[in-house]
Design a protein around this ligand. Structure first.
Ligand SMILES: [Zn+2]
Length: 244
């Protein structure tokens, strides 16, 4: 199955000799021992694709595949983006080389080593004492779609502090009983998404009006349109729906 997003194209199993394009094919080791490597080719978004290949947004693909296939696609997408952004040394500006021993770029001039960048992020399912969860409509979402409060970790913050800050900034609430549940690679663009639960403690919902356009408490039998399967947000919501 060929996959594409933002000009990036991957293959899950189809021989890359199928691609009649002059592109560099890179072997990326799997994170797991005894698992085949992932072959990545970065094809320009305006390239004419060979027959049998099509372009499919990665987000759509990961909502329809499962298990290790999801993780391998996430890794491939993350590495391709990082390779695009690490062509040159960030200190001296010379062109980087590929490390022969690990997934890294090395500057031949100053020996600076650059690894794939990973930005930790949090997403949190907030419950109240009325058996409801807080869902918010982000300005970037499609109309009618609601999800959990999420945000990026700032330099110097613990993830627990990120959760408290994001919830306060985006909807003006205080929470307690913050509890870690799950994590997932989420390379849109380069996150490690960590999923959490928390209990409402104080405050009145006040969407920030910039990132969050609307936020409300929802009961489990009256949920709005949700993010697709395969996301940590959906996993946390589904898990809550099945409780009791
Ligand atoms: Zn350098």
């Amino acid at each position: 199955m060929p996959l594409e997003a933002s000009g990036v194209l991957f293959s899950l199993g189809i021989p890359l000799s199928d691609i009649n394009l002059s592109i560099q094919i890179v072997d990326v080791p799997s994170c797991l021992p005894n698992e085949p490597s992932i072959k990545i080719g970065d094809i320009p978004s305006d390239a004419v694709l060979p027959e049998r290949w099509c372009r499919t947004p990665v987000r759509h693909v990961v909502s329809s595949i499962h298990g290790r296939d999801v993780e391998r696609v996430m890794r491939a997408f993350h590495i391709v983006q990082w390779r695009r952004e690490s062509l040159y040394c960030g200190v001296c500006g010379n062109k980087n080389s590929d490390s022969q021993t690990e997934t890294a770029r090395i500057c031949p001039h100053c020996r600076r080593v650059e690894y794939p960048r990973i930005a930790p992020a949090v997403i949190v399912l907030i419950t109240n004492d009325k058996d409801e969860i807080l869902l918010a409509h982000n300005a970037k979402f499609n109309a009618g779609v609601y999800s959990l409060i999420a945000g990026f970790n700032e330099a110097g913050e613990s993830l627990e502090q990120t959760i408290e800050r994001e919830i306060w900034e985006e909807v003006g609430l205080k929470v307690n009983a913050v509890c870690y549940k799950i994590s997932q690679s989420w390379p849109f663009p380069r996150s490690l998404m960590t999923g959490w639960t928390a209990r409402y403690a104080a405050g009145v919902i006040q969407p920030d009006g910039i990132e969050i356009e609307d936020a409300r408490w929802f009961k489990r039998d009256k949920l709005p349109e949700l993010p697709g399967n395969g996301s940590v947000a959906r996993w946390l919501i589904n898990r809550w729906r099945l409780e009791h």
